[in-house]
Ligand binder design. Structure first.
Ligand code: FA5
Length: 351
């Protein structure tokens, strides 16, 4: 029997030495180590052997198996290296003295405006918070006063993941975590909560000039004793006049969101058509930009803050729409198009 093993080993070595590429090697591997391969076949003849012989024969076959596998691995590396070498030889020659033709990249306009807004709010004492894009139902809905089966859930078509989590449909999903993060310094040290949290949101909705299924919002919150609507209006006005560097026509109208009371819609006069009406503003002359309101007592309570003692405002700025208005982009879909031709028009003026 041992002579059979030696014979097979010799045969394998002969075949291996004449292999020229990886596909031939794979066929040889299968013909020796595969289910019906010659090494596997050797074990089938063991039935006729005594127990003692079985033991030593089995050991010898296993050694052969190991040696064949090792040689195949070595040969694989050798052939791969040869292949790379061949590819290098086939490459056209490079002239390293040629001047480089590099075009300068630019930041995406959303990044520019997001940074600009962050700068504006930072200068007014706000912290900038980062938050996950995958959140729980509790974060996105329940903790902001939208319990299960609440009709307000229909306002947002949510992408659910198979594990029960969801893609954040609104930056309000971070409100509870931010309130909890800063409640100690609010209550114990009297430091007001002032935070903004920009983020990407996802909604399963039909797209048009001013609706995308992936867009950016920037949420903001301020909580302290005696915060009122006038504080909210002051910060909104300051932010808009800083972003646009000119007076912008805005209007505030009542709006319903379960996490604010009272709630408002802050609309901006459409800068694409100058308020005349166009497809970007659905021919109304106005664009919904920044819903806002006074934080609902229940939301404060769920964040661990006593609504009898503290009040606050929150807003959910439509950052992508703000970018449209700032740069006169009439179709929001251009911003997600990935087209360098479109994007390279915007300079790094917020750097
Ligand atoms: C909200 O998402 C609330 N969470 C905002 C809020 C926060 C209200 C805090 C009160 C207090 P809404 O669904 O309206 O609200 O979205 C807010 C803004 O995001 C809109 O005004 C709009 O500017 C932008 N937005 C909403 N959906 C889209 C979309 N599909 N594409 C582009 N921008 C959108």
């Amino acid at each position: 029997m041992n002579s059979k093993i030696l014979e097979l080993k010799k045969q394998f070595e002969n075949e291996l030495s004449s292999i020229k590429d990886l596909s031939e090697l794979e066929s040889v591997r299968v013909s020796y180590l595969g289910k019906k391969g010659s090494v596997t076949d050797l074990l089938k003849g063991m039935k006729e052997l005594s127990n003692e012989e079985k033991k030593s024969f089995g050991q010898a076959v296993n050694e052969l198996k190991g040696a064949v596998a090792e040689k195949i691995a070595e040969k694989t590396e050798e052939l791969k290296a040869l292949q790379v070498q061949k590819e290098i030889e086939l490459m056209p020659e490079f002239d390293l003295s040629m001047p480089a033709r590099l075009t300068r990249g630019s930041y995406h306009p959303i990044t520019l405006v997001q940074r600009q807004c962050e700068q504006i709010f930072k200068s007014m004492g706000f912290t900038v918070e980062d938050y996950s894009e995958v959140v729980t139902d509790y974060e996105c809905f329940e903790s902001v006063n939208i319990p299960k089966d609440h009709p307000a859930r229909d306002m947002q078509d949510t992408y659910y993941l198979t594990n029960g989590q969801l893609l954040k449909s609104q930056t309000s999903a971070a409100q509870n975590a931010i309130l909890r993060k800063y409640k100690k310094s609010l209550v114990e040290d009297g430091v007001p909560i002032k935070a903004i949290f920009p983020g990407r949101c996802f909604r399963n909705e039909a797209t048009d000039n001013c609706h995308e299924n992936t867009f950016f919002q920037m949420e903001g919150m301020m909580v302290d004793k005696d915060i009122s609507i006038s504080n909210l209006i002051y910060f909104m006005k300051t932010m808009l006049s800083e972003v646009f560097q000119k007076d912008i026509k805005v209007r505030l109208r009542p709006g319903f969101f379960p996490f604010v009371e009272p709630g408002f819609e802050l609309d901006i006069s459409c800068l694409i058509c100058g308020g005349e009406g166009c497809s970007s503003c659905k021919h109304s002359g106005w664009l919904e930009l920044c819903p806002c309101g006074m934080i609902h007592p229940e939301v404060l309570r769920m964040g661990g803050i006593d609504p009898e003692e503290y009040t606050g405002f929150a807003f959910g700025l439509g950052l992508t729409r703000l970018v449209m208005m700032k740069y006169g982009i009439s179709d929001i879909r251009d911003l997600n198009s990935g087209s360098l031709k479109v994007m390279s028009q915007f300079t790094d003026d917020a750097e």
